[in-house]
Design a protein around this ligand. Structure first.
Ligand code: TRP
Length: 319
């Protein structure tokens, strides 16, 4: 049987190329028996504006659907439509050391960045564990920053199982091959550095963003090193290998300016995302379709989550 994989996406900012090449693309490529949910309960720790949270939640759903997630193959749902995760979270809290949560890297990191340390921020990994355990996930594909959270989830599952019997499937994580997606300033693409390119940006706006990519002052006629250039790094993500090789050769030969490379990149981005942009626009005009997909996804996820939660309730004497 296929191993069930699960991933949560926080609706905390418009999705950009870093999200697409770093996660969404792999989720879509590997979508069969995948559980993908919009972590809106988690987002409440940072997004405290109702209209904004709704808008960002819709954006994640519409983005996944536009990028090729098929609700007939994968389960796409909104976390808050599966209230069992909160029920499970409480049970998991009782087998989690308070000291463990204080050692959470992302908690420490957010605190260091001056975010208000609510109890929600502290217990965030317990909710994440509930997400994973609720639907009996086998594998959680993650970036390096989330490994600790999956280890916490494993600890919680094992502690609970140890105390009450085999209730939870103990999940593992898979790291995948990290994809380097630089932002327009050359640093890792991130909404918080404001160096991002939104997935569905197009036309003049996109061209302006691409032309703003920071490059060094090497004159047009001089040879250049493609491997240190942000425009080239992004081009590699969207162009076929022969065109990538051709551009690299042009850099090394000289007489090829960064402006040329950026123009080529702009055209590729525009074309690469055109079909997805079209689907995204269609969904924007038909929000009921998005709602329907989420509704069906929640029904499937809930059926599994209810069974797991009932198993846990029985095991620990709640019923
Ligand atoms: N914490 C994850 C992030 O910020 C989002 C998330 C919530 C998640 N629940 C999850 C990821 C469960 C994987 C599994 O990216």
């Amino acid at each position: 049987m296929a191993r069930r994989h699960l991933s949560g996406i926080q609706p905390s900012g418009l999705l950009h190329l870093g999200n697409y090449f770093g996660a969404i693309r792999a989720h879509v490529d590997n979508q069969d028996d995948g559980y993908y949910f919009i972590a809106n309960y988690h987002a409440l720790t940072t997004v405290q504006d109702a209209a904004r949270l709704r808008e960002l939640t819709f954006d994640v759903a519409a983005t996944y659907l536009a990028c090729g997630l098929d609700p007939a193959r994968a389960v796409l749902y909104r976390q808050s439509d599966v209230p069992e995760v909160c029920e499970l979270m409480w049970m998991l809290m009782t087998v989690t050391g308070a000291g463990l949560l204080e050692k959470g890297v992302s908690f420490k990191d957010k605190k260091a960045r001056g975010l208000q340390a609510s109890a929600g921020l502290l217990t965030y990994p317990v909710l994440q564990a509930a997400d994973i355990l609720a639907v009996d996930a086998d594998v959680v594909p993650v970036g390096a920053d989330q490994v600790q959270h999956i280890e916490f989830a494993r600890d919680m599952a094992q502690s609970f199982n140890h105390m009450y019997g085999e209730v939870f499937r103990v999940p593992t994580f898979s790291l995948g091959t990290p994809v380097l997606v630089p932002g327009v300033d050359g640093q890792k693409m991130s909404k918080s550095y404001d160096n991002h390119i939104p997935i569905f940006m197009a036309g003049k706006e996109l061209r302006k963003r691409v032309m703003g990519i920071v490059t060094d002052p090497t004159p047009l006629e001089d040879p250049k090193d493609p491997d240190t250039c942000t425009a080239f790094a992004l081009f590699k993500l969207v162009a076929p290998p022969d065109e990538v090789a051709e551009m690299a050769a042009a850099y090394r030969r000289g007489g090829y300016g960064y402006g040329h490379a950026k123009q080529a990149l702009y055209e590729k981005l525009e074309a690469h995302f055109a079909p997805m942009r079209e689907r995204r626009a269609w969904l924007e005009a038909h929000p009921d379709e998005v709602e329907q997909a989420l509704f069906e996804g929640a029904a499937k996820a809930r059926a599994v989550a209810r069974a797991t939660t009932d198993r846990a309730r029985k095991a620990c004497g709640l019923c």
